[in-house]
Design a protein around this ligand. Structure first.
Ligand code: NAI
Length: 312
């Protein structure tokens, strides 16, 4: 199957590696043609590194995967013959509207066009398109090569089979899609993520815990548990089923939840500076790149462990 990627930055490159890992041919397009060559070089380096580190996805060698990915500086050529298109241009309504309108004339009746948008629903930028029924959001989580979740978010006019075929395709390439029934602010993942960040921010501001201890709480408490079972199954297992859990703990949970405050505004720079000064004593700003690589290595190891456990 031919996959077209529109926008060859961080996320476009990740999608290209994911689809090539499953044996699909991929064409990358970018408005900046030098960016396409840079992206192809970065992809080749990454795939070779992943191969030597034992975390390359799929059955093909890195060089075979690299050979499946080509670049183009022409949108029509990129889209021609593609069954699935993943748009990865920056998060701006105007830019996405312009790119989707430009793609419209090349969309065929068997093509699906997905946006990687982090928070904009397709309804915000495909309104005038003839082929809007073939568009939807497929929102990955960074770094998508090692974190498999993808949120599929249909617009009001997306055909049900377009959502279903996207889900099937993403599962077949090793991602873990979830499907929302409709658009909502933040989709699902960021609604949960923001509620966690908001409470962390409030606890820090109240002086309840240090920044390091807040992060430790997730890394050593909720994080390990949630790597294997979600919050609903946690409730199910922590009592004799979720109904029993609700009978035993709902009132206590409600009492605590009623003390949660409205969301803080994080444009509170003095607090942000305090958190940053604490975080920087462990990870100075000039070491962020190294630390991101460390994070990706650990996520790769976790992904590999989870695959091994699945096979047993
Ligand atoms: P990026 O800035 O790394 O890459 C965007 C690319 O799009 C650039 O190479 C740019 O030259 C190209 N571009 C700009 N205008 C274009 C046009 N008219 N036609 C074709 N290409 C064009 O951005 P990134 O981080 O890859 O984000 C892409 C999308 O993915 C955004 O919607 C973002 O919200 C979403 N996303 C980003 C995540 C992240 O952690 N970076 C995570 C999940 C989703």
């Amino acid at each position: 199957m031919k996959i077209a990627i529109i926008g060859s930055g961080l996320i476009g490159q990740s999608w290209a590696m994911i689809f090539a890992g499953a044996g699909h041919t991929v064409t990358l397009y970018d408005i900046v043609s030098e960016q396409v060559s840079k992206a192809l070089e970065t992809i080749a380096t990454n795939l070779k590194n992943y191969e030597s580190q034992g975390c390359l996805r799929g059955q093909l060698t890195a060089s075979r995967q690299v050979s499946l990915i080509t670049g183009s500086s022409d949108m029509q050529e990129c889209l021609n013959g593609a069954s699935y298109v993943q748009e990865c241009v920056p998060e701006s309504v105007d830019l996405k509207r312009q790119v989707f309108n430009q793609m419209d004339m090349y969309i065929t009746e068997d093509m699906i066009v997905a946006s990687s948008s982090s928070c904009l629903g397709v309804s915000q930028f495909v309104g005038e398109m003839k082929n809007k029924h073939r568009t939807l959001v497929a929102h990955p989580v960074n770094p998508p090569y090692f974190v498999p979740l993808v949120e599929i978010v249909p617009g009001p006019w997306t055909l049900p089979e377009v959502s279903q075929q996207t889900r099937t395709l993403l599962e077949s390439v090793g991602q873990a899609p979830v499907t929302l029934s409709k658009e909502c602010p933040g989709f699902a993942l960021n609604r949960i993520q923001y509620s966690i960040i908001n409470e962390c921010w409030c606890m820090y501001k109240d002086g309840l815990l240090s920044a390091a201890d807040i992060d430790k709480l997730m890394v050593n408490g909720l994080g390990p548990r949630y790597a294997f079972i979600g919050p609903l199954e946690t409730m199910h297992l922590n009592a004799d089923g979720i109904v029993d859990y609700c009978k035993r703990y709902a009132q206590g949970a409600y009492n605590v939840s009623s003390t949660l405050t409205p969301p803080p505004i994080m444009y509170d720079i003095p607090t942000a500076e305090n958190v940053q000064s604490e975080l920087s004593s462990a990870v100075p700003l000039e070491q962020l790149l190294e630390r991101r690589k460390w994070r990706d290595r650990h996520l790769a190891a976790l992904a590999s462990l989870k695959n091994q456990l699945k096979e047993k």
